[in-house]
Design a protein around this ligand. Structure first.
Ligand SMILES: O=C1O[C@H](COP(=O)(O)O)[C@@H](O)[C@H](O)[C@H]1O
Length: 260
């Protein structure tokens, strides 16, 4: 697992634009090297901000959208199309405006879908979908995602892994149903830390002063059960993309001066 690297941008708009540019480059490189790319999307303000910036970026046309696999790191377990679902928000921010192959877009099941109102069955089904997409070259029953995006909550949650809840302690399953999440809605589906750690690169996004304490805790040696963001690491790279307000409580030793 890789050690965290920190990049700080002036404000959240610049952070979103820079992250979008970085993601376009990663996708283009992966498609050139392997024919396709696999990305895991996150919900939340910063994840959606990145997608909106990507939609606006002229370089988005460098991506072959038909050779891109999209997965989700977590989902709010609500009916399909609900405005609070992460996939609904991602479609509005970017996905509806690019020529994706629908067969390569893998939303997590909805609460009015084939598993009914059973998030555990829905999580099991998503784990099976991931396992079916994994090949012998992959590291376990999930594909080797090129980039896995994560927003960081003010309480250090990532995906829908919240401090001290059972999901963050999971060591076997790749996807779990989440019950009683402290952030609404209480019922969710989430990748687990073992699934997150199968990604080549994990990028954690945090902007705004309400994220400063979470970033400082997670980057200062906290345990992953108390601070799930601390356990989110990529196999080859773990990148924290912050704006200055979110980085305000970090020791300066953690990042070089003023990235643009
Ligand atoms: O509920 C969620 O929250 C986190 C963080 O969101 P933010 O708005 O505080 O940035 C998000 O990463 C996750 O996907 C989402 O379901």
């Amino acid at each position: 697992m890789s050690a965290p690297e920190v990049v700080v941008h002036r404000d959240k708009e610049l952070m979103a634009k820079a992250a979008a540019a970085r993601l376009i480059t990663k996708i283009v490189d992966a498609q050139a090297a392997r024919g396709s790319a696999a990305i895991v999307l996150t919900g939340g303000r910063n994840g959606n901000g990145l997608l909106a910036a990507l939609a606006e970026a002229p370089a988005r046309d460098a991506v072959d959208w038909s050779r891109l696999d999209l997965w989700w790191g977590d989902e709010r377990f609500l009916p399909a199309g609900d405005p609070e679902r992460n996939d609904t928000q991602a479609r509005a921010a970017l996905l509806d405006s690019v020529p994706l192959d629908p067969a390569r877009v893998h939303p997590m099941p909805a609460a009015d879908g084939p598993y009914g109102n059973d998030p555990d069955a829905a999580a099991e089904a998503y784990a099976a979908e991931l396992a079916a997409a994994a090949g012998p070259e992959d590291h376990g029953p999930v594909p080797s995602f090129d980039v896995l995006l994560l927003g960081v909550g003010p309480d250090t949650h990532v995906a829908s892994l919240f401090p001290e809840l059972p999901g963050v302690r999971e060591t076997e399953r790749t996807v779990v149903g989440v019950h009683g999440a402290p952030k609404p809605p209480p019922t969710r589906i989430s990748l687990t830390l073992p699934a997150i750690r199968a990604a080549r690169q994990v990028w954690l996004l945090a902007a705004g002063e309400d994220k400063a304490n979470a970033a400082a805790i997670a980057l200062s040696g906290a345990g992953e059960v108390q601070a799930p963001a601390a356990g989110a690491r990529g196999r080859s790279r773990t990148l924290w993309l912050l704006d200055e307000p979110a980085a305000a409580q970090l020791p300066r030793s953690l990042y070089p001066p003023a990235s643009a």
